[in-house]
Design a protein around this ligand. Structure first.
Ligand SMILES: Nc1nc2c(ncn2[C@@H]2O[C@H](COP(=O)(O)OP(=O)(O)OP(=O)(O)O)[C@@H](O)[C@H]2O)c(=O)[nH]1
Ligand SMILES: [Mg+2]
Length: 258
C-alpha cells in the first residue's frame, strides 16, 4: 500500500466530506511537491545538469540500460545516478560497479520518488555539474507519473514482455513522458508484442512522444539512445551558454552606462 500518494484509496467509494478532504490533501501534496521540484529545477539549471527521470514497471530494464549507458559515457561525460527502490541498495551497487557515483533512496512503503527526496540526494552529489544525472524511479507505471522531480524529461521504458497495450492502460505515464524506450527487442521473436501497435497506442495518448527500440542486453539500438542523450545534453549546454551570454551582455551594458 502506498504510504505517501494515496493511490490505494478507493476514490469511487468515497463520498461527500471525506472525498473533499481527500482532494484537499492531494492538492496540498502536489503543490508542496511542485515547489520542491522548482527548487531542484533551478539548481539543475545553475549547474548545467541534464536530469532524466527513468520510469517503468518493475523489471523493464532501467538499471540494465543505465549500466550499458554509463559504460559508454564514463570518462567522456560527467554522470551520476539516483536510484529509487522500496528496499535494498542492489541497484546502486550495480551502478557503482560500472564506476559511476550512485545514491540509493529507499522509499519504504512509498511507490514513487518525490522532489524532496531528490533534493536531499543532491546533497551527496554536490560536486556534480556540467553533466547528466539519471534518476531511476521506483518500478511502477502509475504513481511516478504524477510527481515532478524537477527533471528535464521523463523517459518511460516498456519491455516487450509486458504487452503492447500498456500505453492505453496506463496513459498518465505515457502522456507525461518525452520518450518511450521499447526494451528487450531481442525477445520479440518469442513474445506476442506488436511494436507498431504499441507506438500507435502511445501516440494516441501523446502525439509527440519519441520512440527508440533497443535491447540493453545485445546492444541493438543502443547507439540511437546514446545519440538522443547526447543531443539532449548538447541543447542544454547551448541554452545555458545563451543565458550566460545574455547575463554578460546585460552586465556590460550596465558597466558602460555607469
Ligand atoms: N533479454 C533481455 N533481458 C533484459 C534486457 N534488459 C534487461 N533485461 C533483464 O531484465 C531483468 C530486469 O532488469 P533490470 O535492469 O533489473 O530492471 P529494472 O527496471 O531496473 O527493475 P526494477 O529496478 O526492479 O524496477 C534482468 O534480468 C535484466 O538482465 C534486454 O534488453 N533483453
Ligand atoms: Mg532497477
Amino acid at each position: 500500500m502506498c504510504g505517501t500518494c494515496g493511490c490505494h484509496q478507493p476514490a469511487e467509494k468515497e463520498a461527500g466530506q471525506s472525498q473533499r478532504r481527500r482532494l484537499e490533501v492531494d492538492l496540498d501534496l502536489f503543490s508542496l511537491n511542485n515547489r520542491y521540484a522548482q527548487t531542484n529545477r533551478e539548481y539543475f539549471a545553475r549547474n548545467s545538469l541534464l536530469v532524466l527521470n527513468l520510469v517503468s514497471s518493475p523489471g523493464a530494464g532501467k538499471t540494465r540500460l543505465l549500466e550499458e549507458t554509463l559504460k559508454s559515457q564514463l570518462g567522456r561525460i560527467e554522470v551520476a545516478v539516483i536510484e529509487g527502490d522500496q528496499q535494498t541498495r542492489q541497484d546502486a551497487n550495480r551502478i557503482e560497479a560500472t564506476g559511476a557515483h550512485a545514491v540509493q533512496i529507499n522509499t519504504g512503503t512509498g511507490c514513487h520518488l518525490d522532489a524532496h527526496m531528490v533534493g536531499h540526494a543532491m546533497e551527496d552529489l554536490g560536486a556534480l555539474r556540467n553533466g547528466i544525472l539519471y534518476i531511476e524511479n521506483v518500478g511502477n507505471l502509475v504513481c511516478p507519473a504524477n510527481f515532478d522531480l524537477g527533471e528535464a524529461a521523463k523517459v518511460v521504458i516498456l519491455s516487450v514482455t509486458e504487452g503492447d497495450d500498456k500505453p492505453l492502460k496506463y496513459p498518465d505515464m505515457f502522456a507525461a513522458s518525452r520518450l518511450m524506450v521499447i526494451n528487450k527487442t531481442d525477445l520479440l521473436p518469442h513474445v506476442d508484442f506488436d511494436v507498431e501497435r504499441c507506438i500507435e497506442y502511445a501516440r494516441r495518448i501523446n502525439p509527440s512522444i519519441e520512440v527508440i527500440q533497443l535491447s540493453a542486453t545485445t546492444g541493438e539500438g543502443l547507439p540511437e539512445w546514446l545519440d538522443w542523450l547526447e543531443g539532449e545534453y548538447q541543447s542544454l549546454v547551448e541554452t545555458r551558454i545563451g543565458h550566460l551570454q545574455q547575463e554578460l551582455d546585460e552586465l556590460r551594458a550596465q558597466l558602460e552606462q555607469g
